[in-house]
Write a protein that binds this ligand. Structure first.
Ligand SMILES: [Zn+2]
Length: 247
């Protein structure tokens, strides 16, 4: 396990065990005064595991769950097999659903496949952000991911910098998440759904429980599609201006 994925919590907690999903044990841990608001949303983690497993390949560990703490530390962290959440996020159910699926997606992208160098942090955050949109695409019939991606790129273009090598002060800048996520959609638009999802699963399978780089990912997507993606990666990850979303 990568060392940044360890957190130790000390206190009085309530434990909850849910029915396993595809052999994956699900258990949640609640700090004081968090269970009432957090429990209803955390009940859908099993469904989220099913949806993401369809897209990326089997969930990569033996267990999953959430650890909800009363303290507000400003969000959540994808600790390996037990993501930690600030209890306060659950007062906004729409935002909380995005964060819950985001941290789950990190179990594949970040935890089972850990970046070799922090320059490639988009391999964590871009992928987890894109997973939020994939979850919406799978569960909300009114959500048009293509239209969303075009609008989102247009809105962000004036402020986003290149997400592919953000440097130590901008590691967790919004562009790493948002333009990083849109980079994946640009690849999908370019090579088509079949090659895109086959490539994504191959990237997971080939690199499970090891370290990854942007080059590993590009190579896998090129193999899956039979296309050179040099120019696309260059524009989306390293150019100053966000490119237009491919038709
Ligand atoms: Zn994240």
């Amino acid at each position: 396990m990568a060392s940044y994925l360890v957190t130790i919590g000390v206190g009085d907690f309530e434990f909850e065990e849910l029915p396993p999903v595809g052999g994956v044990a699900i258990r949640n841990v609640y700090g004081p005064n968090t269970i009432r608001t957090a429990q209803p949303l955390l009940a859908i983690q099993g469904e989220m595991i099913e949806v993401l497993s369809e897209l990326f390949g089997p969930y990569p560990f033996e267990a999953y769950g959430a650890f909800v703490v009363q303290d507000n530390f400003g969000g959540a962290l994808e600790n390996q097999t037990l993501s930690v959440f600030s209890g306060s996020i659950f007062s906004n159910p729409i935002l909380a659903e995005q964060i819950v699926v985001h941290e789950l997606a990190h179990q594949w992208f970040g935890n089972a496949l850990t970046l070799a160098t922090w320059d490639d942090i988009w391999l964590n955050e871009g992928f987890a952000t894109y997973s939020e949109w994939l979850w919406r695409e799978a569960t909300d019939p009114g959500f048009d991911i293509d239209r969303f991606a075009v609008d989102h790129a247009n809105r962000g273009r004036p402020v986003w910098s290149a997400p592919g090598d953000p440097g130590p002060t901008q590691l967790f800048a919004p562009t790493v998440y948002q333009r990083g996520g849109l980079t994946l959609h640009a690849i999908r638009r370019t090579i088509g759904d079949d090659a895109f999802f086959a490539g994504l699963s191959a990237y997971v399978e080939n690199n499970l429980h090891s370290n990854v780089s942007t080059d590993d990912f590009r190579q896998t997507m090129e193999d899956a599609s039979g296309q050179s993606l040099d120019e696309l990666f260059e524009g989306w990850l390293y150019a100053d201006v966000t490119p237009a979303m491919p038709d």
